[in-house]
Design a protein around this ligand. Structure first.
Ligand code: PLP
Length: 436
């Protein structure tokens, strides 16, 4: 029997092939990463850690996980790493579970200014279990204001200071954050889910020497499988007095390990861990360094080209892979822009701007990102054209035939930048156009 699911997978492959992918959190994993993901490692239970499993038959997956840990530690210069989190959200939940008792205080970046749900949103377990306050960006420059963070920390006295964002186009001052954390006796966690690949390529400031713990996803700028990781530059005695059966202080690494399993996860996804190892191996190659440099150059070129067309770019540019566009002067909401651009063959996401007058499902902005199109081979000059398509689509947003023309132009342009994915062989027929 032909399963229609493979038809939909093929439809999605074509969508990815034929459209301009500008979602900042997406990328195209290599065929080698996908090969590991689709492997027999999916079948294996391996609760525990390499050499200390609760199941038999782990001799090969042990080697896989050791290699993943080893490559990750080299990539970020970490002394300790756990590669088992199923996603970024799990990595963050495990760190919070290890570091905080219910009710204890977290200070983190405001969600509406670019933070993440897992940093204490009332909708997330982090906001339900812990007491949370936020810092935000400066109301005019939209930049982080470290004096403001220090003031907040002095009054709120958090036990954990969380840094990192889903949508902040500038680099972070980790040294300043560590001095704030030290002053108020807090631990410092960095969530580098977005810029991880750029940090691994040493193009942004390195959080590891300053942060007690660093979490990340593996599928955004790092270009691996969907997944999470936890790292420490140096393991340290847990400050909570928890002891081993022999009466010694437990190391933080053991608290993070056990917060993840059995704290919040069951069996590790060994196929994902293998795919992470493949991606870390790729990120250790010199080509990844060139890729990451090009991601930033492309984002800067896109920001410039949009500003030249009268768009307001928050903070006036970018240091990383993200470009935040405030659309208020163009008389269009983020939601409308997302829909229009989709019709014209470009995928973006609507995004709140700090202190946005619009609600989260409408928004006044869009977030653009360059990791995926850079993987396809686009450089600064092609991003001039991308800006032109965005502008033309937004100007002619009520003109369906114009939007269709742009979509066709994009489709034919992208034939010169093929994706390395084979069509799904045993698919049921799929429609030419994927229904909305
Ligand atoms: C800063 C940050 N942390 C955590 C996450 C959660 O990652 P995941 O979607 O893998 O759970 C994201 C995802 O968007 C993120 O941007």
């Amino acid at each position: 029997m032909q399963d229609p699911i493979f038809g939909w997978i093929e439809a999605e492959r074509r969508r990815q092939e034929e459209g301009l992918e500008l979602i900042a959190s997406e990328n195209y994993a290599s065929p080698a990463v996908l090969r590991a993901l689709g492997s027999v490692l999916n079948n294996k239970y391996a609760e525990g850690l390499p050499g200390r499993r609760y199941y038999g038959g782990c001799q090969y997956v042990d080697e896989v996980e050791r290699l993943a840990q080893q490559r990750l530690k080299i990539l970020f210069g970490a002394e300790w790493a756990n590669v088992q989190p199923h996603s970024g959200a799990q990595a963050n939940a495990a760190v919070l579970l290890a570091l905080l008792h219910p009710g204890e205080r977290i200070l983190s970046f405001e969600l509406a200014h670019g933070g993440h749900l897992t940093h204490g949103s009332p909708l997330n377990i982090s906001g339900k279990l812990y007491t949370v306050a936020h810092y935000g960006v400066h109301p005019e420059s939209y930049l982080l204001d470290y004096d403001h963070i220090r003031d907040k920390a002095r009054t709120f006295r958090p036990k954990l200071l969380i840094a990192g964002a889903s949508s902040y186009p500038r680099d972070w001052d980790w040294a300043a954050l560590r001095s704030i954390a030290d002053e108020v006796g807090a631990l410092l966690m960095a969530d580098i889910a977005h810029p991880a690949g750029l940090i691994a390529a040493r193009l942004l400031r390195d959080p590891l020497p300053y942060c007690h713990v660093v979490t990340s996803t593996t599928h955004k700028t790092l270009r691996g499988p969907r997944g999470g990781i936890i790292m420490m530059k140096k393991d340290f005695d847990n400050p909570f007095g928890e002891k081993t059966p022999k009466g010694q202080l437990k190391k933080m690494s053991s608290l993070f390990d056990s917060a993840l399993f059995p704290g919040i996860q069951g069996g590790p996804h060994m196929h994902s861990i293998a795919a992470k190892a493949v991606a870390f191996g790729e990120a250790l190659q010199p080509e990844f360094q060139s890729y990451a440099k090009q991601v930033i150059r492309n984002a800067q070129a896109l920001a410039q080209a949009l500003m030249a067309r009268g768009y307001t770019i928050l903070t006036g540019g970018t240091d990383n892979h993200i470009v935040l566009v405030d659309l208020r002067n163009k008389g269009i909401t983020g939601k409308e822009a997302e829909e229009v651009l989709e019709k014209a063959g470009m995928t973006v996401n609507k995004n709140l701007i700090p202190n946005d007058p619009q609600p989260p499902l409408i928004t006044s902005g869009i977030r653009l990102g360059t990791p995926a199109l850079t993987t396809r081979g686009l450089t600064e000059s092609e991003f001039q054209q991308v800006a032109e398509w965005i502008d033309q689509a937004l100007i002619h947003r009520s003109d369906e035939s114009r939007l269709n023309r742009i979509r066709a132009e994009i489709r034919s342009f992208l034939r010169s930048y093929p994706l390395p994915y084979e069509p799904v062989a045993d698919q049921t027929p799929v429609p030419d156009e994927v229904p909305a």
